[in-house]
Write a protein that binds this ligand. Structure first.
Ligand code: SF4
Length: 279
């Protein structure tokens, strides 16, 4: 997507009150030739900005890394063997070097590691926390993946036990985010009846498509429109979006969904289940 197109969208998003922008994949955001300029422009517009990256091109934004609320490097491994299994490339050592440089360049205060648990990388779960701490990042975040295939329950159970062990490494300078209630959302029923979060959060794909939500980004029925043929506001506030929210079948949504906890909170709030004035 052209730099000028992205900048125009950002200005529009600012005008309609959007607060934060996350640059992330599919695809690697730092491969865009103007990534640094676009991210700087976004921060200058007054957005909070975050970056999810594979860490291979971190050097491109080192000198502006203080502009980010967070930079999360998708490592998903602690050894080059497991990294190859999860990423399909032999770039583990380069990414580790880049993280090390980044934490030294800017104290590492907003830099963290992402560990997506997919059923094939359990063995490195605990070692990833030990590695993250050595590298001087501020956090490691574990998440069970929303997969299209099913994973044996024992693998999830083992993963959760390893993440629970990793939690013990948290201290005042280093946080381990252990995925909390997401574990329960893999197999249990949903604790909400409607997904309202996709009326609060949006995604713009590299080809300009605006899907209903990030997990349905490849489902053509869930594409609301394309910013090359309409403004973002017209797409996001469209009848089609409203209808998709109203008629969304949660049984067809993947589990866990990254928005599960937001939907639970939203529903509690909207129905006053927690009697807000008593909290
Ligand atoms: S997958 Fe379903 S529950 Fe999750 S954000 Fe999308 S529509 Fe909402």
């Amino acid at each position: 997507m052209d730099e000028s197109v992205i900048k125009n969208i950002l200005v529009e998003l600012k005008d309609i009150g959007v607060k934060a922008i996350e640059f992330s994949g599919g695809g690697e955001p730092l491969t865009h030739p103007s990534a640094r300029e676009i991210m700087k422009f976004t921060a200058e517009l007054g957005f909070d900005i975050g970056l999810v990256t594979n860490g291979l091109l971190l050097n491109k934004i080192l000198d502006i890394s203080n502009l980010f609320k967070f930079i999360r490097i998708s490592l998903d491994a602690a050894t080059k063997e497991v990294y190859y299994r999860t990423h399909g490339v032999n770039t583990f050592n380069t990414v580790i070097d880049n993280i090390y440089k980044a934490t030294n360049y800017f104290s590492g205060n907003n830099i963290g590691i992402g560990y997506l648990i997919t059923g094939i990388n359990n063995e490195d779960i605990l070692d990833a926390t030990i590695l993250a701490k050595k590298l001087g990042v501020r956090f490691i975040q574990y998440r069970p993946a929303s997969l299209e295939y099913s994973v044996n329950e024992n693998i999830w159970l083992e993963a959760k036990q390893l993440v629970d062990k990793a939690l013990a490494f948290s201290d005042e300078k280093f946080q381990v985010f252990g995925a909390g209630i997401k574990w329960g959302h893999i197999n249990e029923r949903r604790y909400y009846y409607k997904c309202y979060t996709n009326s609060l959060v949006s995604v713009i794909k590299a080809n300009g498509d605006v899907p209903m939500c990030v997990l349905k980004r490849n489902n053509m029925d869930s594409i609301l429109g394309n910013i090359y043929s309409s403004s973002f506001s017209n797409i996001f506030f469209s009848k089609k979006h409203y209808n998709l929210i109203e008629n969304n079948d949660l049984l067809k949504c993947r589990k866990p969904c990254k928005h599960d906890s937001y939907n639970i909170m939203y529903e509690c709030y909207m129905q006053d289940l927690l009697h807000m004035n008593f909290i």
